[in-house]
Design a protein around this ligand. Sequence first.
Ligand code: UDX
Length: 429
Amino acid sequence: MTITIVGHGYVGLVTACVFADFGNKVWVVGHTKEKLARLKKGDPIIFEPGLKELLQKNIKARRIFFTDDYENSVSESEIVFIAVGTPTKETGEADLNAVIDVARKIGKNLKSKLTVVSCKSTVPVGTNKKIETVIKRHKPKSSEFAVASVPEFLREGTGIFDTLNPDRVIIGSDSKKAIELLIKLHQPINGKRIITNLASAEMIKYASNSMLATKISFANLISFYCEKTGANVVEVLDAVGLDNRIGRSFLYPGVGYGGSCLPKDVRAFLNTGKKLSINSKFLEAAEEINKTAMDSFVDVVANNSPGKKIGILGLSFKPNTDDVREAPSLYIISELLKQGFEIKTYDPVAMENVKKFFENKISFKKNPYEAVAKTDAVLVITEWNEFKQIDLAKIKKIMNQPFVFDGRNIYEPELMKKLGFKYFSIGRP
Ligand code: UDX
């Protein structure tokens, strides 16, 4: 098949590379010339494990092409995916400007055969109908199209694996032909197929991300209880998670959830709820607890650190990504700066992306040891593998004072005590 994907972020580029790797011809449409030039040379711009190799392989095989031209790409494609961003507006609403603008451009460039316009961007219920209206308004009279919603569930850091092995492939459309074509395109991909209408497909994405956010906030809430009672949150949630109805995954407390999806999607879903006069306090609470998780970590550091010099390990919103959108690290650093802390940091891949937020207010180091040398306390904010078995004895030796604040519970309290650290973690005595 020939397909077009508009957008080359974590979703667009990963999806494009995977479909190209199956042997399809894939056009990737972008708007920024410099980025397109880098992509054409095999530089994925973003960091996602395995993506560079997959991109370069498919450029070489002449299966993936980058352009800012909708005419060539859209006109020869059977399926066109919209995979552009839907950031939050100040009101909490999802900003649909990019999606609608792209729909207009796709519409103008449709040719006579049936083209399926399929939205992967996370958009509030009803948006695909808007996309349909916009395309209808702009398309050449003779052309035919159908819209579909195919929400994406890939997690950053495991994007390629998730695209190949999703738990489910959701295809929402009112058009039989669109559903048939999308089933054909997804044929090599694992996972259960759910065929549904547009509104349900849109809703499935928000309901899933809201549920995940709620599970994390529930875990954080239980950690607050544990901290005040001497219970151990890890043992509690290990046991709770053994109940199959609940499950263990996404029940890890920490410094809060971040990233480009959960915070934004919970806000947008709340906004939809408000418009529909639905009492969504349940989700508001998930949001509030998430902020409390970050605030209470800041308080524990501020109240217990023996000095103002600190080293921070991990900046990305989770391991294996360079993405720092809504990363808890950004909030925690800005709060600690307000309180006069002097901060050195280290992250394997996310430092470049953090520099623009703080300029020279914090320093960026080449390795974790440089970030913690001569500090009064170490803060672990992202659980990168390389911190898990770091030389703790060496760290203790090079620090001014042996204080560790572990925001992701990656070390064992007993071991830390034995090594002579004053150790603080989440919800564990
Ligand atoms: C998420 C969804 O998982 C994915 O299905 C959807 O399509 C996009 O949004 P992503 O944003 O890549 O994916 O990250 P995810 O792995 O969900 O983690 C989100 C945040 O939650 C991270 O900050 C992570 O550290 C935090 N988290 C996750 C916890 O604090 N505890 C947990 O138990 C799990």
